[in-house]
Each structure stands twice: as C-alpha cells, then as structure tokens.
Design a protein around this ligand. Structure first.
Ligand SMILES: O=C(O)CCC(=O)C(=O)O
Ligand SMILES: [Fe+2]
Length: 235
C-alpha cells in the first residue's frame, strides 16, 4: 500500500476523538516493513542529514539522532504533508477552547512558509537510534515561537524482536495534581501522534491547559530506530 493510500484510509473521526480524549493516537501500519527498513539502512547516508546529535553530550538521554536536510526524503515529505491536514482542525479546536488566538493553516506548506517568515528555516524531521541502555529523557520539541501542538513518530524497529524495553512514555502534568504517565508500545510501521506541549482538558470550570512531555524508557536489549515527524521548522 502506498503511503498516500495508507494516509487516506485513516479513520479521521477516530483519530480526532482519540486526540481530544487522550492527547495521543496510534494508527497502525502506516509504513510497510520495507519502507521502515529502507529508512534504517539510510541512517549512515550522511548527505541526507543536516546535523547529528549525540544525546548524552546534552544530557538528553543515551542515543543519537540526525535531522534530515531539505529536500526531505519522499517518504518523510509525504508523511509530513499528508498527516498535517488531519491534525490542523484538531489543533485549531484546541486553541479555540483554550481561548488562544492562534489559527493553523489547512495545508502544511503554509505552516512551513510561516515558520520561514519568522526565521525558523531548518527542517526538524529526524531519525533516532538507541542501542542497549539507550533512553530519551522527557522533553518537548519546541524550536522557536512558532510551534504546532502535535507531532508524530513512526517506530522503525520491531519490539520484542529487534529490541526489548524502549517503551514510548508520555507524562501529563496535571495542574495542582500529581503527574500521570502513559506507556505506549507501538509496533514497527505504526504511527503515533501525540501532544507536543499542551492540550485542553475539560474540568468543572471549562477547559484548562495540560502540559505533556514525552520520552523513551530504557532499551534493555537490541537496537531501536524511530522516525520523528515534527511539523514546525527550527530556528
Ligand atoms: O524515539 C522515540 O520514540 C521518541 C522520539 C522523539 O522524541 C521525537 O521524535 O520527538
Ligand atoms: Fe521528541
């Protein structure tokens, strides 16, 4: 199945409902095994990337990631432009219920144009690699004043076969309450959409902001690769 076909067959109502209820959604089988394997096999093709980050040097965790350069590989470009239009209406509704005067454009190209006009020129999609003992500390991916409130990852390795451990962790910082952890185990090729910084939650006096951070628990064995798709560009 082509990526466009996979994206077209997403159940949009369910995606919207999951995001509104929980701040995340898992969409199975967006990439084929082969598409995942190709991205992994190109991890050492240095011409595809603009920057490599060794995570332990910044205390981001243990592992390494590389930001793609423009033009993005076709698969990454298709995912970024294909998924965005499904998420923009959800993001706009989030801003509306939180009384934030912000509207995201319907097409991804317009969001990129806006980022570029604000001096955020660098592409943010990335590929991450963690070996045994690797992990990703809880964080948010904000790269400037312009940011889209949701992002996506695709797991490129098979849990239980290519690696053990390495769960995807979301932590919800509830206002005036203790934080709540959510542990997710997507399969190879699955797309996981999640909240980048905050989402609306309905309380007794209307909606309030709930802050979310994400990370990856320790990889206890093997090697785990992921593709990260962030919709805004970076300063
Ligand atoms: O490796 C992961 O699952 C998390 C990657 C990540 O932090 C990101 O794509 O922003
Ligand atoms: Fe991240």
């Amino acid at each position: 199945m082509s990526i466009n076909k996979a994206i077209n067959s997403i159940d949009n109502d369910r995606l919207t409902d999951d995001l509104n209820r929980t701040g995340y959604a898992i969409i199975p089988n967006i990439l084929t095994e082969k598409e995942c394997d190709i991205l992994v096999s190109e991890y050492n093709h240095s011409e595809l990337y603009r920057k490599t980050v060794v995570m332990e040097r910044h205390q981001y965790g243990l592992g390494e990631y590389k930001y793609f350069t423009y033009p993005l590989p076709d698969v990454v470009q298709q995912l970024r432009t294909g998924i965005y239009p499904l998420l923009a209406p959800v993001a706009n509704n989030w801003m509306k219920v939180l009384n934030i005067d912000k509207e995201f454009p319907a097409a991804h190209k317009e969001l990129v144009d806006y980022c570029h006009a604000e001096g955020q020129l660098k592409p943010t999609p990335l590929i991450l690699q963690y070996g045994r003992s690797g992990y990703n500390a809880l964080h948010q991916d904000l790269y400037g004043d312009v940011f889209f409130p949701m992002q996506a990852v695709i797991i490129l390795s098979e849990p239980g076969k290519d690696f053990e451990g390495g769960e995807f962790v979301l932590v919800e910082q509830r206002p005036r309450a203790q934080s709540r952890a959510i542990v997710l185990k997507p399969n190879k090729g699955d797309l996981l959409v999640f909240t980048t910084n905050f989402r609306p939650v309905r309380g007794s006096r209307g909606y309030h902001k709930v802050n979310m951070r994400h990370g990856v628990s320790e990889i206890t064995d093997g090697r785990r690769y992921t593709l990260g798709v962030i919709f805004h560009d970076a300063k």
